[in-house]
Design a protein around this ligand. Structure first.
Ligand SMILES: NC(=[NH2+])NCCC[C@H](N)C(=O)O
Length: 304
């Protein structure tokens, strides 16, 4: 397999999809590390494994319908392995292993078999002062967008996952790309106020369009920068409530096909009827209770 990903939407050939079996015990409040999971635990609403498994099976079925090769990480007992996105990511033809939040480090071991499949490709481990998770890295051809939190209280937030050192590293590594970073609002306990990863507040779709939640950005000018890049008519702004349900976190199989959540009425309608993008709606609401959605549970390896 030859790794290749340069954007979020080109025709998908090969992808890793996380898994939900043997998800482990329901975390305590102290054990959660994102606001949505915090709220879920608080409300005694942690999803059942059977429901998570069935939602991911629905997702897999849609991917396979479009002839996408779907790989799964090896099973680690009692470990939440739903969110493949964050543990590593491909940029161009190179695989980067994330320096992920320590609570999630065990997940990394499950990728040995997959890395075996793309042996011979460039694989890069990052210096230990560089923090990044794949949910904060969004590719748009010549652009690399990075979600950061470059504020003095970075260390106080479990939801601050990507630092400015990563941005510097990427700028050096890809001198021909336009690398832009955006500080996100952080809140470890209130999912209406904090943004975990960039892909929870912004996501390109089609060839030149994007879904975005304005108030996820710490600085309004960063939201404006994105609007200027895509153009006003190519932007779909979601409300706070829609952000809360993770509607920017849909997943593109191609510029013409997006996998989305069944309940995202307003978004799905816009995608199909205004932008002419086919929507494959599935059930994914239980997954969202753990702080991620469709994009978060995938790790694309090859896009055409
Ligand atoms: N790319 C994403 N937004 N991933 C969501 C990960 C959610 C997971 N509970 C965490 O806190 O790490």
């Amino acid at each position: 397999m030859k790794l290749k990903v340069i954007n979020e939407t080109s025709k998908l050939k090969s992808v890793v999809l996380g898994r939900a079996e043997s998800n482990g015990a329901i975390p305590t409040l102290e054990e959660t590390f994102d606001a949505k999971s915090y709220e879920t635990v608080m409300n005694n609403d942690f999803p059942d494994e059977v429901d998570l498994i069935s939602e991911m099976a629905e997702f897999e079925k849609v991917l396979k319908k479009y002839d996408v090769e779907v790989l799964r990480p090896e099973l680690i007992e009692n470990c939440n392995q739903v969110f493949s996105r964050d543990v590593g990511f491909v940029i161009e033809d190179e695989f980067f292993v994330s320096n992920i939040i320590p609570d999630r480090e065990p997940e990394l071991q499950a990728y040995d078999n997959i890395r075996e499949r793309f042996k011979g490709n460039k694989i890069t481990n990052l210096q230990e002062n560089i923090f990044v998770e794949g949910g904060d890295v969004i590719l748009y051809n010549d652009y690399i967008f990075i979600g950061t939190y470059n504020q003095p209280d970075f260390k106080n937030f479990k939801t601050g996952r990507t630092n400015i050192e990563f941005v510097e590293f990427i700028k050096e590594k890809f001198p021909n790309k336009k690398v832009l970073n955006f500080d996100l609002k952080k809140d470890d306990t209130n999912p209406y106020e904090g943004i975990l990863h960039l892909d929870c507040t912004f996501q390109p779709v089609g060839n030149d369009k994007a879904i975005i939640y304005r108030d996820g950005f710490l600085f309004e000018k960063d939201f404006q920068t994105i609007v200027n890049i895509f153009g006003e008519e190519n932007i779909f702004e979601v409300t706070k409530e829609e952000m809360y349900w993770m509607s920017p976190n849909v997943f593109s199989i191609s510029p013409e096909v997006v996998v989305s959540e069944k309940n995202f009425m307003r978004l799905n309608n816009h995608l199909e009827n205004v932008w002419g993008i086919k929507v494959e709606p599935i059930n994914y609401r239980n997954i969202s209770k753990m702080g991620g959605l469709l994009r978060c549970s995938t790790m694309p390896l090859v896009r055409e």
